[in-house]
Write a protein that binds this ligand. Structure first.
Ligand SMILES: C[S@@+](CC[C@H](N)C(=O)[O-])C[C@H]1O[C@@H](n2cnc3c(N)ncnc32)[C@H](O)[C@@H]1O
Length: 244
């Protein structure tokens, strides 16, 4: 399956290093999995401005600081830049996402569901809209956006980093993307705990030894030890998770 991901942004160049690096870069270049091949497309919102200076924003009605992105320009970027350019017969073939502080707050469970469903199996292609300035005219959001996601209770200057964060954390759950199927299952948050401590060579580092049990080759004991370590680490670093 080819999954097209469209990103409406004023700064497509921000995604260049994301696409060039690591596993998620390879995944979104379409190089990691035979099951799902991703194709990313960037639509520069400014290309759909009809104004003399290619502006995409204007001052808010009712006054107040900052500028607001115009609904008509975003609509044209979505319809012409995505629907028509991609040959979609209707917007129903697309799932349109806006990153915003008002959205559902992203976490590991949402990332897993999103990776499994929206990225991994849904027939719909995805559109992400990165806001800038004070955000986007409400009428566009009401009419064209299907889902809102926040990456945390803080305010970014733009949605691009939020989109990369969402894509990076969700793609790990798409079948065939991580080399070892088990590697996401052992990661932090999967069972409500954070990961156990990891060790590699050298066996002795500045007077500190690797826990001997890891060197004895007794698989069952190692699993038990690592589970206990997860609890210890979670109590130490994230006691809020234990309470949950
Ligand atoms: C400066 S922010 C606008 C903040 C908006 N005026 C507010 O108070 O909610 C510009 C853009 O960054 C993105 N953004 C900011 N914080 C975000 C967050 N926590 N999660 C996801 N996107 C965020 C949104 O796309 C937003 O339109």
């Amino acid at each position: 399956m080819i999954k097209h991901i469209w990103i409406l942004t004023l700064f497509p160049e921000m995604f260049k290093p994301f696409l060039e690096c690591g596993i998620s870069g390879a995944a979104f270049r379409g190089e990691r999995s035979d099951d799902v091949k991703f194709e990313l497309h960037f639509v520069n919102i400014r290309d759909y401005s009809q104004t003399k200076y290619k502006s995409v924003d204007d001052s808010p009605f009712g006054g107040g600081p900052g500028m607001v992105m115009r609904a008509d320009i975003l609509r044209d970027a979505l319809i012409k830049g995505v629907q028509e350019a991609g040959g979609y017969e209707s917007l129903d073939k697309l799932h349109v996402i806006y990153t915003s502080p008002r959205g559902k707050v992203w976490n590991n469970k949402i990332a897993r569901d999103f990776g499994t469903n929206e990225l991994g199996s849904s027939p719909k292609d995805l559109v992400f809209i990165a806001g800038r300035y004070e955000g986007i005219d409400e009428r566009f959001l009401e009419k064209y956006v299907n889902d809102f996601f926040s990456v945390g209770d803080f305010v970014l200057t733009g949605g691009e980093l939020a989109i990369m964060l969402m894509l990076d954390s969700a793609v790990r759950f798409v079948p065939g993307i991580l080399g070892n199927k088990l590697s996401s299952e052992d990661d932090s948050f999967e069972d409500g705990l954070i990961e156990f401590p990891q060790y590699t060579k050298p066996r002795e580092f500045e007077g500190m030894e690797v826990p001997s049990i890891l060197l004895e080759g007794h698989h069952k004991k190692i699993v038990e030890f690592q589970h206990q370590e997860k609890i210890t680490m979670t109590k130490k670093w994230r006691p809020d998770l234990i309470k949950k």
